[in-house]
Design a protein around this ligand. Structure first.
Ligand code: SF4
Ligand code: SF4
Length: 226
């Protein structure tokens, strides 16, 4: 096919007359036509195109004063509207007095946490025999965009797998809780739990090792069964 036949037919895109595509010399393409614009479901209509060319500011706008006062007005309006309401019963504003109140306690429609899908702190799952499910394949560490999973593999002491993680660390401070590790794992060994209150007095405390990750499993299995 020549370049001429591959190039977009501009007239056809604009909804003008259907135009032949290709040329007489191209044999089979000589009678082909583009779908008229108004019949093409994928086309963008002219009225849907938004012109985002910046306009010049007027003299008044260039002083920024109208915008400043408008912004202050909005702030004051919200301030007065919320006086005496505790911020919790105004439409579309869901203020939580954390930690006394938590998103976990609210319905999802009112800004609550949807626990089955929430991506919080990790856990390493165990199998039916209480062993770590991980087979040290490194898929999670490879998929992790934050590079915060460190695994040391060793020969497995069990007959049903080749390797197991001798060491498995996740830096919970470096993690961006994207869930890619969970997606990548072929044996459902790593999961993110709904727990988000991760605290510690040092960075080292927040590097969760294998023991800690298995402990999180024991503590959360009731909330998020395998
Ligand atoms: S949730 Fe994302 S950033 Fe965190 S360990 Fe998993 S893959 Fe890495
Ligand atoms: S947690 Fe899953 S993906 Fe990561 S090394 Fe273990 S088996 Fe592989």
């Amino acid at each position: 096919m020549s370049d001429a036949s591959a190039a977009p037919n501009e007239a056809g895109r604009r909804g003008l007359e259907p135009e032949p595509v290709g040329s007489e010399e191209e044999g089979s393409l000589s009678c082909a036509t583009r779908t008229p614009y108004h019949l093409d479901p994928m086309a963008i209509r002219d009225e849907d195109v938004i012109d985002v060319t910046p306009t010049r500011l007027t003299r008044g706008e260039s002083l920024m004063l109208p915008s400043i006062f408008k912004g202050l007005g909005t702030t004051l309006r919200h301030c007065f509207e919320n006086i005496g309401r505790g911020g919790s019963n105004k439409k579309n504003i869901w203020v939580l007095q954390y930690p006394e109140q938590k998103r976990d306690d609210r319905p999802v429609e009112e800004g609550g946490q949807y626990r089955p899908y929430f991506r919080g702190v990790h856990r390493l799952n165990k199998d039916e025999d209480g062993r770590v499910r991980c087979v040290a394949c490194f898929m999670c560490a490879t998929a992790c965009p934050a590079n915060c999973i460190h695994i040391v593999a060793d020969e497995s002491p069990w007959a049903d797998r080749e390797k197991y993680p001798k060491q498995f660390d996740i830096d919970e401070l470096r993690c961006i809780y994207c869930g890619m590790c969970e997606e990548a794992c072929p044996v459902d060994a790593i999961e993110l739990t709904p727990h988000y209150e991760v605290t510690g007095l040092s960075r080292q405390e927040l590097i969760f090792d294998k023991t800690k990750l298995l402990q999180v499993y024991d503590e959360t299995i009731g909330e998020k069964p395998m």
